[in-house]
Design a protein around this ligand. Structure first.
Ligand code: ADP
Ligand code: ZN
Length: 609
């Protein structure tokens, strides 16, 4: 960028380029370490501020920083975002014309770049390696480093090649960054990227502005609609579904309700996917309904909610997906609807999955941890943090903190279900699902009950102390706790080793009673950035600024947040600066943005008078 040659400190760059006053968390240590030439492995939650950790060293150190990033579809946006700060950035990938590639190469060799984004597969080509060899490299940044983990859900074979950067460029510092990491994944990243000797920086994985909620699944689309209408009207968000079909159906359903929603899954052609992604990023208030194929690398800061209509396969996946909400630090919701069918389906998928026993066991462990999170009566956040090897206090900002569920001794209820399963299993004539068993327990003489003489079973009508929905909860929890299993292609329940202990009265079964009412209140807590309600004067100003931003973004063909984040516009609307100097003191207003947009902002502020 057009910075003077005099040495710059990281703090200068933070203020001048990014417009921020202070570093967050361990940013400053990471940046100093890399500026000093050290290797680093950085684990920081989404929204924690990872990009600055390589962007500032890129500007402070001599030469060009090479950023390896897995998603070429997002490189243009990444580059646009840093260019808006006045940073000289470009990318090299297969979407470019040859002359453009040549121009980028020339700029690189001439040391006219601060950042060069590369797709990992590029580094397999000798041509690229030779090119890099001829230029001056400030550092290598390996973004989304968990892609090197074979057991993770985002594995990219090309990432394995990155271990060789060190051999070719032993004196160039490398910084690998990721937002997913249990101890196991972190070890795998370090080994595979040859970063055992690197300094590891592990930030807190807490995302205090995200409110975690997990609700019993009833009519998922209606429940979702209710959430959107009551709490997130007009907000941008992501809805995750397991199958392509349910993605399409859900997107259609929302659209029919007048809510702007777009589908995204691997079955759509590349153009449609690109177009839907661009609309989600550029327009305000669009909802993306997607499979987990969507989301990595999306750094839209104002995603206000992430909703799951199906159970994620692991806590890591769940954390990664929900982490896409609220990167701007403003209050956001992570909402998951989960029910018996989810557990049955996931267990079956694991049984049917290819791979050896060890692989299936690993999948089961992932699922069990996810189920434990769903069924906990304790704070969701504490449970999440524990999963990542960290500690926390009950947070006051998750559903279980806001409306604590009770735990109850479900041993007798469990025995009733299990002995019914046992009796039906003995018949061996026909397979029966949860519905039939619940009818039996409730003593309902349905046609199917009579046809099989189930009203003559000793368990007929012994379960009237619970209502149907509660029995479903019992089934779900028995499945979650491994006290009941499914078999065959039908939803047929069978006993497990552990269920025999329950039947013999040797084992107590504690259950969670789902609260009848879901909490809606948002509780603020220390360390959290609550969305300060704008004053009566500031609110219309904020809307004017948003409109100005939208028009400007359209004109320049960039997403609105590339110009200013909501948080910055809110601060401007509240403080009403009257001069460029005053405007420059607002967080998020760096030199380049001040020069480019300062007049526009002041005019917009003045236009209301
Ligand atoms: P990550 O890559 O870890 O998900 P980002 O690098 O996108 O996070 O940062 C999240 C948001 O926080 C961005 O909008 C970024 O500009 C902002 N941010 C990062 N560091 C700081 C800081 N020191 N002060 C204020 N805002 C910051
Ligand atoms: Zn909590």
């Amino acid at each position: 960028m057009a910075l003077p040659d005099t040495a710059q400190t990281p703090a200068d760059v933070l203020k001048r380029v990014f417009g921020y006053d202070s570093f967050r968390g361990n940013q400053v240590e990471i940046i100093e370490h890399v500026v000093g030439g050290g290797d680093a492995l950085v684990l920081m939650p989404t929204g924690g501020g990872k990009s600055l950790c390589y962007q500032i060293p890129a500007l402070v150190r001599d030469g060009v920083a090479v950023v390896v990033s897995p998603l070429i579809a997002l490189m243009q946006d990444q580059v646009d975002a840093v260019r808006a700060l006045g940073v000289r950035a470009w990318f090299l990938n297969s979407t470019q014309h040859l002359d453009e590639q040549r121009a980028v190469e020339a700029a690189f060799l001439d040391d006219q770049l601060d950042l060069l984004y590369l797709a990992p597969e590029r580094l397999r080509s000798e041509t690229t390696l030779r090119l890099l060899q001829r230029g001056k490299i400030a550092l290598f940044a390996i973004d989304e480093a968990h892609c090197v983990s074979q057991w993770g859900h985002d594995f990219r074979p090309d990432y394995l090649e990155l271990s060789r950067l060190h051999e070719r460029w032993p004196s160039v510092p490398r910084i690998a960054l990721t937002a997913t990491a249990t101890e196991a994944t972190r070890g795998e990243i370090a080994t595979r990227l040859n970063l055992e000797e690197a300094r590891h920086f592990v930030a807190s994985f807490d995302r205090p502005n995200i409110q975690y909620r997990i609700v019993p699944k009833d009519e998922p689309r209606r429940q979702l609609l209710d959430l959107l209408r009551t709490e997130h009207a007009g907000d941008a968000g992501i809805v995750y579904c397991l199958s392509r079909k349910s993605v399409e159906q859900t997107a259609e359903f929302l659209t029919a309700q007048g809510i702007p929603a777009l589908p995204y899954h691997a079955g759509l052609d590349a153009d449609t996917r690109a177009e839907n992604q661009a609309r989600f990023l550029r327009e305000d208030g669009v909802i993306m309904v997607a499979t987990i194929a969507f989301g990595m690398g999306i750094d839209k800061p104002d995603v206000r909610f992430v909703a799951h209509l199906d159970l994620p396969k692991s806590v890591e996946g769940y954390y990664q997906e929900t982490g896409r909400a609220g990167r701007d630090g403003l209050p956001s919701t992570a909402w998951l609807a989960y029910g018996l069918a989810d557990v049955v389906q996931q267990r079956k998928m694991i049984d049917d999955s290819a791979g050896d026993l060890a692989h299936r066991r690993r999948l089961s462990q992932h699922l069990d941890a996810m189920l434990a999170l769903c069924e906990t009566v304790g704070c969701r956040r504490v449970q999440l943090l524990n999963y990542f090897g960290q500690w926390g206090e009950p947070c006051g900002n998750c559903d279980t903190c806001l409306a604590p569920p009770e735990s109850w001794d479900g041993t007798v209820a469990a025995q009733k279900v299990l002995s019914t399963v046992f009796r039906l299993d003995r018949e061996r004539r026909q397979k029966f699902g949860a519905g039939q068993i619940i009818d039996i327990l409730l003593g309902r003489r349905t046609a199917k009950v009579e046809r099989f003489d189930h009203h003559e079973l000793t368990v007929f009508g012994v379960g009237t102390e619970l209502v149907e929905g509660e029995w479903r909860g019992v089934f779900r929890q028995l499945m979650a706790q491994g006290l009941l299993a499914v078999e065959g292609n039908y939803q047929t329940f069978v006993l497990t080793e552990a269920s025999r202990e329950v039947l013999r009265g040797e084992r107590k079964v504690m259950m969670r009673r789902d609260p009848r009412k879901q909490p809606k209140a948002r509780a603020a807590r220390s360390g959290q950035a609550p969305k300060v309600e704008l004053s009566a004067e500031a609110a219309p100003v904020f809307e004017r600024l948003r409109a100005w931003r939208g028009a400007t973004a359209k004109e320049q063909g960039v997403p609105a947040y590339v110009i200013f984040h909501d948080a910055t516009l809110r601060e401007i609307a509240s403080r009403m600066p009257t001069s460029l100097a005053e405007l420059s003191t607002i967080s998020g207003v760096g030199e380049n943005k001040l020069a480019k947009y300062g007049e526009g902002v002041l005019e917009t502020l003045g236009s209301g008078e």
